[in-house]
Design a protein around this ligand. Structure first.
Ligand code: NAP
Length: 250
């Protein structure tokens, strides 16, 4: 990394949800590497382990983005501890797979929507007023290529991510005059604990259908996220960036 890149987030505060593992962890570490203070959120103690790596730079906070009251408390705690929010990475998400539509029970559907779509909306609802007061901010919603075109077996996940893409575009338009940029990153299949849990057979299949013949890394997603979060992306808002080893090109 060049010296100029290393300073992109100096004196900036980033709130990253789902920061304890996978993509969120890589985003948090990348922003710290480039000078940010990171308020890192997940439900479990993985986020404490992350904060232990950079105790001066990372504040760990436990919250479930599926619970609106916990989101309100999370944003208030971030502002209280850090004074501002320059970057939001709305990343926490869960998936389900291999379930035909008629077999998805309501509890599963609701939980996926509560975390992946309503959760992202409620985080925006509380972070936007903070950024409006600052008259600046950059938001990255972690979507999925799954939200860009239909696929069988993951209806709740895909519908939630498609909704997140539309939410991103609407929010970008509503807050453009407040100096706030809002974009989405749409990864293909990335080697994270979420994907590792789905098993070797699925990973092999995903590699075989990806033009680059491999899964992406969390660090590759973090690099795009950091670019969009930075002032280098000053003319970009309302965009949905696929990062998928070529899958969307087909
Ligand atoms: P992951 O490996 O499962 O990590 C998810 C992180 O989020 C963990 O730190 C987890 O910690 C936290 N988390 C989960 N549910 C949460 C909740 N309700 N509230 C707060 N934190 C929560 O997932 P990932 O693969 O990095 O995925 C991150 C995001 O990228 C998700 O939105 C996912 O949909 C999206 N994405 C991933 C892929 C992929 O191939 N990996 C592809 C496209 C999109 P706790 O369990 O301790 O809370």
């Amino acid at each position: 990394m060049t010296a100029a890149l290393a300073r992109r987030f100096e004196n900036k505060v980033a709130l990253v949800t789902g920061a304890g593992a996978g993509i969120g962890r890589a985003v948090a570490l990348r922003l710290v590497e480039e000078g940010a203070r990171v308020f890192a959120v997940s439900r479990g103690d993985n986020v404490d382990e992350l904060a232990a790596l950079h105790p001066q730079r990372i504040i760990a906070h436990r919250a479930d983005v599926g619970v609106p009251e916990q989101i309100e408390a999370m944003v208030a705690a971030c502002v209280e501890r850090c004074g501002r929010i320059d970057v939001l990475c709305n990343n926490a998400g869960i998936s389900h797979g291999g379930t035909p539509l008629h077999e998805i029970d309501l509890v599963l559907w609701d939980r996926i929507m509560d975390v992946n779509l309503r959760g992202a909306f409620v985080v925006l609802k509380h972070v936007l007023p903070v950024m409006m007061r600052q008259r600046s901010g950059s938001i990255i919603n972690m979507s999925s290529v799954g939200g860009m075109r239909p696929a069988v077996g993951s209806a709740a996940y895909i519908v939630g991510k498609a909704g997140l893409n539309m939410l991103t575009r609407i929010a970008a338009l509503e807050y453009v005059d407040h100096g706030i940029r809002i974009n989405a990153v749409a990864p293909g299949t990335i080697r994270t604990p979420l994907v590792e849990r789905s098993g070797a057979a699925l990973i092999e299949f995903k590699e075989s259908v990806t033009p680059m013949h491999r899964l992406g890394t969390p660090e590759e997603i973090a690099a795009l996220t950091a670019f969009l979060a930075s002032d280098e992306a000053s003319y970009i808002t309302g965009a949905i960036y696929a990062i998928d080893g070529g899958r969307c090109a087909e």
